[in-house]
Design a protein around this ligand. Structure first.
Ligand code: KG4
Ligand code: ZN
Length: 352
């Protein structure tokens, strides 16, 4: 019997097993991470080797450099993840891996490592979408949280509103027509001369500034649940260039505050609209920008006023990590989804 035929049987058996230990791997961008998650909710270990310091001097992630550093780190991260979890390889029930979306060379490192591990341990391999993982980060952070809910997805690569009908059933309500919100944060930070990654830097600086500038979001999408952030980003770029040309002083904190207020208003307004439209009174935030202080503060104000609940992942699960992939994989397994064979490849773009 071939590996995959054996795995089809094991996968079905695992669906009904009481305690399932999944070892998950995430390498879609500049974090190499391996985690051991029990039953989709209990994180036994979550090791993250961040490459931020390496990429900072380039002002952003250099894909080739990211791939090489994943290769250098991944074996040690595996050892550490097993040691912290206090388990041996033969106790793992399945391997989960992010196969997309992300940088293809970076993803390839995780995917190939996962395939080798699954094959050598003769256990199933589960292919997980990165965005799905970001949603599942909330199952780890909030043990009682269950679908249905509305998800505000705010990462560096995606910005969308989704109706999460069940663990593996999603409906896209709206998405960005141009830049992802994290991308806009990073670009604005760059123009202000702040280090990479820009989102947390803007978040910090905005606490010190005043809302002095009225950046605007295109009105053409007002009646939809779609987003556009390229206009506000260009607004900041033009303001900074104008002031530089005129030799005027640039108050970075005021610009950061004005930009952040503008985009968080838009995110909150559309999220509240999605809640009203669906009648689901539960909003779940997912993705790196979910770590933003002001976004969380404002969402909670909106929620109080409009009577809905808000959930965000705890800070360490907002940005990229393997635990969220292990959680998503568990619920995929329970529904009989995601079993991959050894032909699995990395994909730069995937649908949820
Ligand atoms: O979800 P994530 O770790 O990676 C992707 O899947 O894209 O998101 C990374 C993005 C970056 O754009 C980063 O600047 C942004 O999340 N980010 C933040 C904050 N922390 C991370 N943006 C605003 N405020 C933050 N505190
Ligand atoms: Zn991510």
């Amino acid at each position: 019997m071939s590996y995959f035929d054996r795995m089809k049987i094991k996968f079905q058996e695992l669906r009904h097993k009481n305690d399932v230990l999944i070892l998950s791997i995430e390498s879609s961008c500049d974090e190499t991470s391996i985690s051991v998650v029990k039953n989709g909710r209990e994180v036994l270990s979550n090791i993250i080797a961040s490459q931020i310091e390496i990429h900072r001097r380039f002002g952003g992630v250099v894909p080739e450099v990211a791939s090489r550093n994943h290769i250098l780190a991944i074996s040690n991260i595996l050892d550490e993840a097993l040691e912290v979890a206090g388990i041996k390889k033969n106790q793992i029930d399945a391997i989960a891996v992010t196969y997309g979306a992300g940088l293809v060379g970076a993803l390839m490192v995780g995917v190939n490592f996962a395939k080798a591990l699954a094959y050598s341990l003769d256990i199933p391999l589960i292919a997980v979408s990165h965005v799905h993982g970001h949603i599942a980060a909330n199952y780890i952070s909030h043990p009682d949280l269950k679908p249905p809910f509305v998800c505000l997805m705010v990462s560096g690569g995606h910005t969308a509103l989704l109706e999460i009908k069940d663990y593996n059933s999603f409906k896209l309500l709206g998405s960005t027509v141009d830049d992802a919100v994290g991308e806009a944060f990073d670009k604005v930070a760059r123009v202000l001369g702040l280090p990479y990654p820009g989102g947390p830097e803007i978040d910090k600086l905005a606490k010190l500034g005043q809302k002095k500038y009225d950046f605007v979001i295109s009105h053409s999408l007002q009646n939809t649940l779609n987003f556009s952030f390229s206009g506000v980003k260009t607004g900041v770029v033009n303001l900074v260039h104008n002031k530089t040309q005129k030799g005027e002083e640039i108050n970075k904190a005021d610009i950061a505050t004005s930009f952040q207020e503008c985009v968080t208003d838009e995110l909150c307004t559309k999220a509240a609209k999605a809640i009203k439209m669906t009648g689901i009174e539960k909003l779940v935030v997912a993705g790196g920008v979910g770590a933003n202080y002001r976004l969380n503060e404002k969402l909670r104000e909106f929620a109080k006023e409009k009577n809905f609940e808000v959930f965000s992942p705890v800070l360490k699960y907002c940005t990229d990590n393997a635990a969220m992939i292990g959680s998503a994989a568990y619920y995929m397994l329970k529904d009989g989804l995601g079993l991959a064979d050894l032909s699995l490849t990395a994909k730069p773009n995937v649908n949820l």
